[in-house]
Design a protein around this ligand. Structure first.
Ligand code: AGP
Length: 634
């Protein structure tokens, strides 16, 4: 995870680095640091200044304000701890022993223990527990070696040293390096972790994600996997993993990637929950315009060949994206009639099922950078390629909110959910966007396979068209209601979420949201499973939140809920207003809609209740402890 920013140009680097890091803080916020290089009038080498602070970025900002970090070249880092506790000594940038070379890194160096031992045997002393610290020492050694062979300090020499070191590193990482002997050179490298270059006016920025470029440039050059680049005031030199010079044209950032403002909302998460009606409106406008033919009820940019011959689907994802995948699987199986399996991407990597023919693999990741999801997709593509049978050929689709991310470069087909940038670490509007993508897919497959009637297809598309307005009203109502209910949860330590069928994944998502931002222990169960064990947890102090919407399992959920009531549990029902309200202590009403579409609405009370419970406890909602928005490590 972690965010890195680097800049070289004519302006003071420190404010640009800090502003960039502020916009990347969602990637990690355990500690932060910057290193800057200033040209010295007295010496050939530059003056390197490094400032680090434990905790949130605000601590580093105060430090830099008091002590300053001059220079037009610099690197910055906001950390999500992997190796070593969140302490100042483990904060990046890390330096070589001379203090003249600084490195920031996002990722994991898997062979750092062996490398560290080798360096220690040569007398190098380490000051941190991080995996990253081996890198500046290794680069420094390579530079010494190159210089001892008569080569002069230059940007190219630094680039060569970084390239040589990268051959020794195992793992996934993105890094940026500065060296006081080359005060006009910045070297960056990318191996399976995101990094892109922004081309500003008289300056270049390099960052883990596009928000860091906001206000500086919209012209970007995303780095490809395995590339290394040398950035100087004269331009960019880009090299592939073999050291071959690469020439590529930059592209323009589209959409709202640079809009990172809370507006009048107290937290990004609340703003993003409110934005869901707009996410739905844009989706309906784009994919369900009026007048589409019955046989193609969704406007997706795929040719017929994309759908042809698909007999089964597997979906790979993590966390909230996996919950969206579970709803998707329900729709694809029950509405479109395609056998569909969902896997934790992290499990799939090491225990994939035997290959099945004519199968579409879908990767779901809002960030497009989740290491487990990307690796699972890549592993699946490779084993299919190796198999060599045309029926088993790799067919992949990615569902993401970041069309410029790694997944979009890795898989041939993409559904961009276009939810706009999501800053809150707890996913909300991107979850809704992912769900909508699956509704679109299910409709597309269903109409092609005649798995349900035209009437059913028209009915679902009409319900989807009504969704934006329904969401808008529902969000307003539940924002108020959840803020009134939140004080009841002040001492709550455990919450059970129940759902069945298409709403079971929403129970899982409700529990995940509550855990993530309020730190209350919560579990989601299929309501019918309660009696097989979890019911032992129930008592007066354990609220049970049950989703029950009219449909196949409505009566079943109500019976399961009665079992909880008999154990004194406080019952909260997410149900249409007039249904079975006598069963529940509290009702969080949702509109009466078909069971198919109900997850798109039942998730809203879950999100808002979690939000207000956490807000009522005074917690840091947008940056919950131990989490990060983009999980780019295994
Ligand atoms: C969501 O609230 C979580 N922060 C987390 O579970 C997230 O969904 C997961 O890490 C997957 O992220 P992705 O969608 O970017 O792949």
């Amino acid at each position: 995870m972690c965010g890195i920013v680097a800049v070289i140009g004519s302006r003071d680097a420190a404010p640009l680095l800090l502003e960039g890091l502020k916009r990347l803080e969602y990637r990690g916020y355990d500690s932060a640091g910057i290193a800057t290089l200033e040209l010295s009038s007295k010496a050939a080498t530059g003056v390197l200044t490094c400032k680090k602070a434990n905790g949130k970025l605000a601590n580093l900002m105060n430090l830099v304000e008091q002590e300053s970090a001059p220079g037009h070249l610099g690197i910055g880092h906001t950390r999500w701890a992997t190796h070593g506790k969140p302490e100042e000594r483990n904060a990046h940038p890390h330096m070589d022993s001379s203090g003249g070379l600084a490195v920031v890194q996002n990722g994991i160096i898997e062979n750092h223990i062996t490398l560290r031992k080798g360096l220690q045997e040569k007398g190098i002393q380490f000051v941190s527990e991080t995996d990253t610290e081996v890198i500046p020492h290794l680069i420094s050694q390579e530079l010494n070696l190159l210089k001892s062979n008569g080569q002069e300090a230059s940007g190219s020499l630094l680039l060569e040293a970084v390239r040589r070191v990268s051959l020794k590193l195992k793992g996934a990482y993105a890094l940026a390096v500065i060296w006081k002997e080359t005060p006009e050179a910045l070297v960056v490298a990318r191996r399976q972790a995101p990094l892109l270059i922004g081309l500003g006016e008289g300056e270049f920025l390099c960052a883990s994600d596009t928000p860091a470029l906001a206000g500086v440039t919209r012209t970007i050059l995303p780095m490809e996997d395995g590339e290394t680049a040398l950035l100087t005031p004269l331009g960019i030199e880009l090299y592939d993993h073999r050291g071959q010079r690469q020439q590529r044209s930059p592209s323009l950032l589209h959409g709202q990637e640079d809009v990172v403002s809370k507006r009048h909302f107290r937290h990004f998460m609340l703003k993003e929950i409110y934005e869901q009606s707009e996410t739905a409106r844009l989706w309906v406008d784009r994919h369900l315009p009026l007048g589409l033919p019955e046989q193609a009820p969704v406007a997706f940019p795929f040719e017929d060949s994309f759908y042809e011959g698909i007999e089964r689907i597997q979906i790979l994802a993590c966390g909230t994206s996996r919950h969206a995948a579970l709803v998707g699987a329900y729709l694809l199986e029950q509405f479109a009639g395609i056998p569909t399996s969902v896997f934790y991407a992290s499990e799939f990597r090491y225990a994939a099922p035997p290959l099945a023919p004519n199968l579409l693999t879908i990767g779901v990741t809002q960030s497009g950078e989740t290491a487990d999801t990307l690796a699972a997709l890549s592993m699946e593509a490779q084993r299919r390629e190796a198999y060599g049978d045309p029926a088993f050929i790799s067919r992949q689709l990615g569902i993401t909110n970041r069309p410029e991310s790694s997944i979009a470069r890795q898989v041939p087909n993409i559904i961009n959910i276009c939810a706009g940038i999501e800053v809150g670490v707890a996913a909300t509007k991107t979850f809704l966007g992912q769900l909508l993508a699956f509704y679109g897919l299910a409709l597309s497959f269903a109409s092609r396979r005649n798995s349900c009637s035209t009437k059913e297809i028209i009915s679902l598309t009409n319900e989807l068209r009504a969704l934006p307005n329904q969401l808008s009203v529902l969000i307003d109502k539940h924002d108020q209601m959840a803020s009134t209910l939140a004080p009841l949860f002040l001492d709550t330590q455990n919450v059970i979420f129940l759902g069945r069928g298409i709403n079971y994944p929403i129970a899982l998502e409700g529990a995940l949201k509550l855990k993530e931002i309020s730190y209350i222990h919560a579990e989601g169960y299929p309501a019918g499973e309660m009696k097989h064990g979890p019911i032992a947890l129930l008592e007066r102090r354990v609220p049970v939140i049950a989703i029950a919407t009219p449909g196949v399992v409505f009566e079943k959920v109500l019976s399961n809920v009665q079992e909880a009531k008999a154990r004194d549990a406080q019952l909260i029902g997410v149900i249409p207003k007039e249904f079975a309200k006598e069963v529940f202590d509290i009702v969080m009403p949702i509109p009466e809609v078909s069971e198919w579409i109900s997850p798109l609405l039942s998730v809203v009370p879950m999100q808002l209740l979690s939000y207000h419970i956490a807000a009522n406890r005074g917690l840091d909602i947008d940056q919950p402890r131990n989490l990060a928005k983009s999980v780019t490590v295994e």
